[in-house]
Design a protein. Structure first.
Lengths: 115, 114
């Protein structure tokens, strides 16, 4: 595709429900990132994928959060038993591997609201 | 941990003037420093990147400076236009390898008044 796409664009859920957020990176981009942007806060780095592998998952806020990537392309971020503090915009970004320091290409984000 | 401060939450500038945004960081200097623009309801869009051994980088009406002694980057928009109104984010790439992600400031909301 022309850019990074994310779905859904908006998600409203009830506290305690599970949600799954999807990211389609730019074709050929091996590196993929998830960030969270809460109201009035900067973007918070969550996890990085190199291909299908996530070397370090310590940035995930709690064990209710998990992420996977298959086929070196699509990635999903799953939040189990959602809490109100999980409400935020979840952004995905990708870039070609090997280009150290180069820009990240961001998707439009998924706005998650937990009631 | 690394902390980033951007000079103000909001900055009002008259059209045609130069807007200057500040990014200060603590601790160690990053391998790269990047600036992004974010419009409401959209993801950040890359503008400029500067390396730790570079002092200045320009692109059209944009200029970025990087002072590792002061631990500061300045972002300038010359001949500002109302269309430049947006939130501007400073981001540090600590290792340059990408695995750590980017560390972002909270952003400066720039308003260019006609």
């Amino acid at each position: 595709g022309a850019g990074v796409s994310q779905s859904p664009s908006n998600k409203v859920t009830e506290k305690g429900k599970d949600v799954e957020l999807r990211c389609d990176p730019i074709s050929g981009h091996t590196a993929l990132y998830w960030y969270r942007q809460s109201l009035g806060q900067g973007l918070e780095f969550l996890i990085y994928f190199q291909g299908n592998s996530a070397p370090d998952k310590s940035g995930l806020p709690s064990d209710r959060f998990s992420a996977e990537r298959t086929g070196g392309s699509v990635s999903t971020l799953t939040i189990q038993r959602t809490q109100q503090e999980d409400s935020a915009v979840y952004l995905c970004a990708s870039r070609p591997l090997g280009l150290a320091g180069y820009e990240q290409f961001f998707g439009p984000g998924t706005r998650l609201t937990v009631l | 941990s690394q902390k980033i401060e951007q000079n103000s939450e909001a900055l009002n500038i008259q059209e045609g003037k130069t807007a200057t945004l500040t990014c200060n960081y603590t601790n160690y200097s990053p391998a790269y420093l990047q600036w992004y623009r974010q419009d409401p309801g959209r993801g950040p869009v890359f503008l400029l990147l500067i390396r730790e051994n570079e002092k200045e980088k320009r692109k059209e009406r944009l200029k970025v400076t990087f002072d590792t002694t002061l631990k500061q980057s300045l972002f300038h928009i010359t001949a500002s236009q109302p269309a430049d109104s947006a939130t501007y984010l400073c981001a540090l790439d600590i290792s340059g390898g990408g695995a750590d992600g980017l560390t972002f400031g909270k952003g400066t909301h720039l308003i260019i008044q006609p």
